[in-house]
Design a protein around this ligand. Structure first.
Ligand code: ADP
Length: 219
C-alpha cells in the first residue's frame, strides 16, 4: 500500500504518519528528513541544499526526484510507503506517477490534512523534535510538552528546534505551500484518491484521524 501525505508545513503529516506506520506496518519516508540528513554532511551538496531550505524555498525538482526515486527502489519499501513532504507540486506528482509505474506500484490514497494558517504558525514555532533519528517524536512546548523540558519522554534524547521553524521562514514556507497546494490537492481529488481531513483547533485526536484514514482505505 502506498500513501501520500498532503498538507501545509506543520499540519501534522509527520505525526499522523507515525500512527499510520504502527497501524499499517509500512514505512514513513519524509523528504524533509532526507534533506536534513544530507545537510548534516556539511559538504558542497549540503551547502547547496541549505541555500534553499534556510530560506523556506523548495529545493529544485530534479534533486528531490533523484533522491526519492533511489529511496523508493530500496527493499524495505516493497510492502509500501507513506510519503510525507513529497510530492509538493503537480510536476513532482506526475514524476512520481512515472516512478511508481516503472516499479509496478500505484498510489492508493492521498491523505490531505487541512488546517488553518493561523494555527499552523503557532504549531510550528513551538515545535520541538527528538534528535534521535530512530525516534523523532514531535512535541509542542505550548500544547503537548515533554514531561522534562528539552528531553524526549520516549527515549531520553535531547529535543531540538528545526532551524527553519522560525516565524519568518514559516511564513515563507506557507506562502510557497499555498502557491502550489491547491493544484496538487485537485490533482489527487480528480483521480478519486483524496482523503481529506479538516482539523480546526486540533479538534480531532490522532486516533480519530487515523480511524478516518483506515475507513477511507477500505473504500
Ligand atoms: P515542512 O513540510 O514542515 O515545510 P519538510 O520537512 O517537509 O517541512 O521540508 C523542509 C524543507 O525541505 C522545505 O522547506 C524544502 O526546502 C525542502 N523540501 C522538502 N520536501 C521537498 C520537496 N518535495 N520538493 C522540494 N523541496 C522539498
Amino acid at each position: 500500500m502506498n500513501i501520500i501525505m498532503v498538507g501545509a508545513p506543520g499540519s501534522g503529516k509527520g505525526t499522523l504518519a507515525a500512527y499510520m506506520v504502527e497501524a499499517l506496518g509500512i514505512k514513513h519516508v519524509s523528504s524533509g528528513d532526507m534533506i536534513r540528513e544530507c545537510i548534516k554532511k556539511e559538504d558542497a551538496f549540503a551547502e547547496k541544499l541549505n541555500s534553499y531550505i534556510s530560506k523556506g524555498l523548495l529545493v529544485p525538482d530534479e534533486i528531490i526526484l533523484e533522491m526519492i526515486e533511489k529511496r523508493l527502489q530500496e527493499e524495505d519499501l516493497i510492502p509500501g510507503v507513506i510519503l510525507d513532504g513529497f510530492p509538493r507540486n503537480v510536476e513532482q506528482a506526475i514524476a512520481l506517477e512515472k516512478i511508481f509505474n516503472k516499479l509496478n506500484k500505484k498510489i492508493d490514497k492521498a491523505v490531505y490534512l487541512n488546517v488553518p494558517d493561523e494555527e499552523i504558525i503557532q504549531r510550528i514555532i513551538n515545535r520541538r523534535t527528538c534528535s534521535n533519528k530512530a525516534c523523532k517524536q514531535i512535541y509542542n512546548i505550548k500544547f503537548s510538552p515533554s514531561k522534562q523540558e528539552g528531553i524526549c519522554d520516549k527515549c531520553g534524547s535531547k529535543l531540538e528546534q528545526r532551524a527553519d521553524d522560525t516565524q519568518e521562514i514559516v511564513e515563507e514556507r506557507l506562502r510557497v505551500y499555498h502557491e502550489m497546494s491547491e493544484e496538487l490537492v485537485e490533482f489527487y481529488r480528480k483521480q478519486g484518491l483524496l482523503c481529506e481531513i479538516q482539523n480546526k483547533n486540533d479538534e480531532k485526536t490522532q486516533q480519530q484521524m487515523l480511524d478516518i484514514v483506515i475507513q477511507n482505505l477500505k473504500q
